[in-house]
Design a protein around this ligand. Sequence first.
Ligand SMILES: [Zn+2]
Length: 278
Amino acid sequence: MPIAEPVLVALAGILGAMLGSFLNVCVYRLPRGESVVAPGSHCPGCGKPIAWYDNVPVLSYLALRGRCRRCGTAISAQYPLIELAVALVWAGTVVHWGAGWDALSAAVLTTLLLGMALTDARHYLIPDEFSLGGLGAGLALSLVPGGISPLASVVGAAAGFALLWVVKAAGDWALARGMIHGEELQQVLEAGEKPTTLGGGDLKMMAMVGSFLGWRGVLLTAFLGSLAGVAVFLPLVLLKRRSPIPFGVFLAVGAAVTLLVGDALVAWYQGMLVGSVP
Ligand SMILES: [Zn+2]
């Protein structure tokens, strides 16, 4: 007997909440080079291990009113918010696509994108566990019938890496010839570091995006990500309040938009092109 859809949606939501809880651990520990398996969760205030009943996604935070049971140290609201967000993503993909390849692939990709956006925004780095691990997940999912073909997945991954490699090479070439100026560049040079325009994490991240969305998805993601990046950072540049740009955040937004409405956007654009021919 098939499982009723509301049950599937609820199960996906519960799974999402648990994965969101694990994502919190990954986002906190991976940039610090710590193991995501051991030791178990502990309070940053008193250092005591957190019991399983105080570690239930979202619910424990509400029950404890955002404080450690032992010492009363405030727990960041980011934890339950991420858990809730990933729960909604996993439930929402099943509502949108029905239980199947599309929902699973979209939920896995979105969860990884969220993790990358968080670490890039906070630490300016994208852990290999997310990018290369996600690339492996994308390639593996392409072997499951129902979605992108294995060939399209490999081509997409190569396209994502190649596209950003070219952008990075061009940017670094311009940097090396003094065609790009700026205060931070001066600081980087004074610190004796080699300046670079894009981090290697961005390249690996786009390879991962390509393994899920194919080469068309890569192009659209890069386009939308750049658009979002310019829209947010141009005002900051004009106000002279510049800081390093966590480009991965914008690529994550671009990939999420591509995932949701990419096909519709491409169809609309092609329609416009065809419509413009007399
Ligand atoms: Zn405590």
